[in-house]
Design a protein around this ligand. Structure first.
Ligand code: AOF
Ligand code: ZN
Length: 359
């Protein structure tokens, strides 16, 4: 199963919004086949493994990271192929949260005299497919909020200068994150201040994230990089109902999409935005702030994971911007808490990540 998980992870950034799945077939204590889901719309992991078998799979055991599917989707059910192949035992890491499958795959195998064992390395499998689990069950994207700050909690100097807070290794890892997640989201404040291009700049031929700008009153300058760069991912401007229609037409003329959403206190309703982005098949988002949007996103309950880089630098200044601003909490009871904490280092920078606890 460890090997099956390793195979599954080879599909990272290529299978969204479908899951990462790996499969290994073992006979007489020997691996006779391996396969994984390589790209969206391609054959499922189980089918690739069956096709790659170096000898007959009759009587063999399949280790697969996700319950085999039982439905007709873009491809026929994997359980049918497994039953037909003569495999006698299937070991599954996690059941499929897809309501179209949800246990039917396992029952189907068992009804055909195939022994099924479930739960081997289940936590690892769930972690690998955190995006898929959220998206297939809620139809809204998995949101990762990423920030980079100094040891004293600033994301820039009081003048706004911010190049660079985190080191090169940390920034390179952020580009890996951008290639793994389908969308990247910032607030209009960040566009006005930094004019970012929001592209993924590692390696050749990598998928570019779709760029989402939250801009309630359509303040975005038409010459912004996100509206001009043709080689990057699609740009979506999320604005509030009632925003300037003429400006919206000009933005659309540049090739970007404009989505109108209900607003709360003049600001785009972020929960509604997540529903709309889910309909656009955006299964995951890297939220790169700034402080106002980060606070609103945390308060709206749309953030699933927080990734924070802490650089051993000190800037000081009560007016220097911080990762999460907005109105702020009045008491500790209002805090947002993280769990499943992981700490790693990138050179001298420390990265802390954790899942937002839902109370
Ligand atoms: C995958 N790859 O290796 C496995 C999947 O749209 P379809 O027909 O490709 O089906 C997607 C569903 O199939 C997916 O939501 C999951 O429930 C199941 N298993 N999907 O893309 C795979 N094993
Ligand atoms: Zn399948």
């Amino acid at each position: 199963m460890h090997r099956a998980l390793e195979l599954a992870s080879k599909g990272i950034g290529r299978t969204n919004p479908n899951p990462l799945v790996g499969a290994v077939i073992v006979k007489d204590d020997k691996v006779i086949a391996e396969g994984y889901h390589e790209f969206f719309g391609g054959p499922h992991a189980e089918i690739n493994a069956l096709r790659n078998a170096t000898e007959s799979v009759k009587g063999a055991t399949m280790y697969v990271t996700l319950e085999p599917c039982s439905h007709y989707g873009k491809t026929p059910p994997c359980v049918d192929a497994i039953i037909e192949s003569g495999i006698k035992e299937v070991v599954v890491a996690m059941t499929d949260p897809n309501p179209l499958v949800a246990g039917r795959g396992i029952r189907n195998l068992e009804n055909n005299e195939i022994a099924v064992w479930t739960g081997l390395l289940e936590d690892e499998a769930k972690e690998l497919n955190e995006v898929f689990i959220k998206y297939i069950t809620t139809k809204t994207p998995y949101v990762v909020m990423k920030t980079a700050m100094t040891l004293d909690g600033k994301i820039a100097c009081k003048t706004g200068e911010s190049k660079w807070i985190s080191n090169e290794k940390s920034r390179e890892y952020v580009h890996i994150l951008r290639s793994r997640l389908t969308g990247i989201m910032v607030g209009i404040g960040t566009v006005l201040k930094d004019d970012p291009s929001l592209t993924c700049r590692i390696g050749e031929g990598l998928r570019q994230p779709r760029r989402i700008i939250v801009d309630s009153t359509l303040k975005i300058p038409l010459e912004s990089k996100v509206l001009r760069d043709d080689h990057a991912g699609e740009t979506i401007i999320a604005t509030a109902e009632g925003a300037d229609v003429l400006k919206a037409e000009k933005i659309k003329y540049s090739g970007a999409k404009v989505i109108y959403l209900p607003s709360k206190d003049g600001r785009v309703d972020l929960n509604k935005l997540m529903e709309s982005l889910g309909e656009e098949e955006i299964d995951s988002i890297l939220l790169e702030g700034g402080g106002e949007l980060n606070y609103s996103a945390l308060k709206a309950g749309i953030v699933d994971k927080v990734v924070t880089f802490i650089a051993p630098k000190i800037l000081g200044g009560k007016d220097a911007p911080t990762p999460v601003e907005g109105e702020g909490s009045c008491s500790m009871r209002e805090r947002i808490e993280l769990g499943k904490i992981k700490v790693s280092t990138f050179g001298d920078d420390v990265m802390i990540e954790g899942e937002v606890k839902r109370c």
